[in-house]
Design a protein around this ligand. Structure first.
Ligand SMILES: Cc1ncc(COP(=O)(O)O)c(C=O)c1O
Length: 445
C-alpha cells in the first residue's frame, strides 16, 4: 500500500524526490545528481538555480501576488507583453497570457473561431493539423494534435479534426525526389484537405514549427513552411504555429518561425517562457485579429483565473530579459552545433542510432533496430521507456518517446538541455547516452 496521496502520472513507479536545483543538475534527497539533458520537457532553459529569476520572483511576491485581470492590469504583465511584442515577428503585437502550453493552444483555437464569427464567416470551424504532432492535453488541444497514444481514451469526446502528413524527411522522403520536391508534396496535402472539407468550413491550420515530443526534433525541409503560408493565404485560413516547445530561443532564434522566414497569424509559447520558475504560457496574435475582436464584440469569450499572474509574469520578464540581453540565441546556436557534433562523434556510428537531428539546443535521436534499413524495434519492447529508466538510473534526464514513426512504432530520444550547458556537460550527456543506448538495445537486437 502506497503512502503518498499525490495522484501521479504513472501509478506503478517509485519516483525519486527532487529536493534541489544546481545549474544543469537536479539533486534528489539522497544527494544523487541528475544531469538535465532535456530541461524536463524542454522547459528549464536557464537551469535550475538562476539567482536573477529567483530574486525577481521574491521581489514581486513582496509587492503584489495577485490581482484578477477582470479588475486590474499589472506592471509585470504589461512589461512582458511589450518585450514579447517588440521581439516577435512583424504584426504580432498582442499577447494573451495563460499558465501552460495547452491553455495557450486552447486559447488560440478559440480565438481563431471567434475571429471568424466576428468577421461574418461563422461556417469556418474545422481545424487541420499534422500527424505526429502534439499540441497539449486539454480537449481542444488534444483533438488538434496528432499524438495517437495520448488521444486514444478520449476520441469519443473530442472535436472532429483532420490531419495531414508531417514533414519528416528521414522516414518519408522518397529517394527519387529532392528535399524541395518532398516539402512541396507534403505541404500540398494541406490544399487537398482544405478542398475536401470545403475552404469555407476551415478556420485554421496548426503545426509545431519544429516538432518536439512526438517525433523528436523534426525540422521541416526548406520551402515547406513558405508553401504552407501560401496555401493558408490562398484560402483565408489562419496559420497557428505552436512554439510551446521550440520557441523562446530553444532552436537558436527567439521564435522558431524566424528561421523559416514566415509569419504566422497566431503563435503559442510556454515552457521556456517561464523556464520552469513559474507556470506561464502565452498566445500571441496579429493586430488584425485583435482588431476584429476589439471592433466587434469587444470581448474575447475566454479567460482563466490566473491569466497574467503578476509573479509568473515577473519571473518570465526576468527570463526573457536575460535571453535577449545576454544574446542567448547566439549561444544556443553555437552550443547546439557542439552538441550535434559531439553526439555524432560519440554515438553517430552506433548501430542503434538511425538519425541525429534538430536545430539549436533541440535535438532528436531516432533509435533503430537496423541502421541501414531503418527498421524500428518492435513496439512490445518499449525501448523508449527502458532508455528513460536506464538513463535516470545513471543520473541522466532525457525525454524518450515511443511511436516516432506513426504514433505506435519507432523510438526516439529528445534532448533540450539548459542554454547554460557547458562542453563538459555536453560530453557527459553523450557518454551517458552511449552506455544507455548500448545497454538497453543490445538486449533486444
Ligand atoms: C508543442 C507543444 N504544444 C503544447 C504543449 C502542452 O503544453 P503544457 O504541457 O504546458 O500544457 C506541449 C507540451 O509538451 C508541446 O510540446
Amino acid at each position: 500500500m502506497k503512502t503518498s496521496h499525490v495522484f501521479p502520472r504513472h501509478t506503478n513507479y517509485d519516483l525519486p524526490f527532487a529536493v534541489k536545483g544546481d545549474g544543469c543538475y537536479i539533486i534528489d534527497k539522497n544527494g544523487k545528481r541528475y544531469l538535465d539533458a532535456s530541461g524536463g520537457a524542454a522547459v528549464s532553459c536557464l537551469g535550475h538555480s538562476d539567482e536573477t529569476i529567483r530574486k525577481a520572483i521574491i521581489k514581486q511576491t513582496e509587492e503584489l501576488a495577485f490581482a484578477h485581470t477582470s479588475f486590474f492590469t499589472n506592471d509585470p504583465a504589461e512589461k512582458l507583453a511589450t518585450l514579447l511584442a517588440n521581439n516577435s515577428p512583424e504584426g504580432i503585437n498582442k499577447v494573451y497570457f495563460v499558465s501552460s502550453g495547452s491553455e495557450a493552444v486552447e486559447a488560440s483555437l478559440k480565438l481563431a473561431r471567434q475571429y471568424f464569427v466576428e468577421i461574418g464567416e461563422p461556417e469556418r470551424h474545422r481545424i487541420i493539423s499534422r500527424k505526429q504532432s502534439y499540441h497539449g492535453n486539454t480537449l481542444g488541444a488534444l483533438a488538434a494534435g496528432g499524438n495517437i497514444t495520448r488521444k486514444t481514451y478520449f476520441e469519443k469526446i473530442m472535436l472532429e479534426t483532420s490531419s495531414i502528413s508531417p514533414c519528416y524527411p528521414y522516414r518519408n522522403k522518397n529517394n527519387n525526389e529532392t528535399e524541395t520536391e518532398y516539402g512541396l508534396r507534403v505541404a500540398n496535402e494541406l490544399e487537398d484537405e482544405i478542398r475536401t472539407l470545403g475552404a469555407k468550413n476551415v478556420m485554421a491550420f496548426i503545426a509545431e514549427t519544429v516538432v518536439g515530443a512526438t517525433a523528436g526534433a523534426v525540422t521541416a525541409v526548406p520551402g515547406y513552411f513558405k508553401r504552407i503560408r501560401e496555401i493558408c493565404d490562398k484560402y483565408g485560413i489562419l496559420l497557428i504555429l505552436d512554439e510551446v516547445m521550440c520557441g523562446m530561443g530553444r532552436t537558436g532564434s527567439l521564435f522558431a518561425c524566424d528561421e523559416e522566414k514566415i509569419i504566422p497569424d497566431i503563435i503559442t509559447i510556454a515552457k521556456g517562457l517561464g523556464a520552469g520558475y513559474q507556470p506561464i504560457g502565452a498566445m500571441m496574435c496579429q493586430d488584425y485579429i485583435y482588431d476584429a475582436i476589439s471592433n466587434g464584440s469587444g470581448f474575447f469569450q475566454h479567460g482563466h483565473t490566473y491569466l497574467g499572474h503578476p509573479i509568473a509574469c515577473a519571473a518570465s520578464l526576468a527570463v526573457l530579459t536575460k535571453l535577449i540581453d545576454e544574446d542567448m540565441c547566439k549561444q544556443v546556436k553555437e552550443k547546439g552545433n557542439i552538441l550535434q557534433r559531439t553526439l555524432q562523434r560519440v554515438i553517430g556510428q552506433n548501430q542503434f542510432v538511425g538519425d541525429i537531428r534538430g536545430r539549436g539546443l533541440f535535438r532528436g535521436i531516432e533509435i533503430v533496430k537496423n541502421k541501414s534499413t531503418k527498421e524500428p524495434f518492435p513496439k512490445k519492447f518499449n525501448i523508449a521507456n527502458k532508455i528513460k529508466k536506464e538513463a535516470l538510473n545513471i543520473g541522466l534526464i532525457c525525454y524518450p518517446m515511443q511511436g516516432t514513426i506513426d504514433g505506435s512504432i519507432g523510438d526516439h530520444i529528445l534532448l533540450a538541455p539548459p542554454f547554460i550547458i557547458n562542453e563538459n556537460e555536453i560530453n557527459e550527456i553523450s557518454i551517458k547516452l552511449k552506455s544507455t543506448i548500448e545497454n538497453v538495445c543490445d538486449e533486444y537486437k
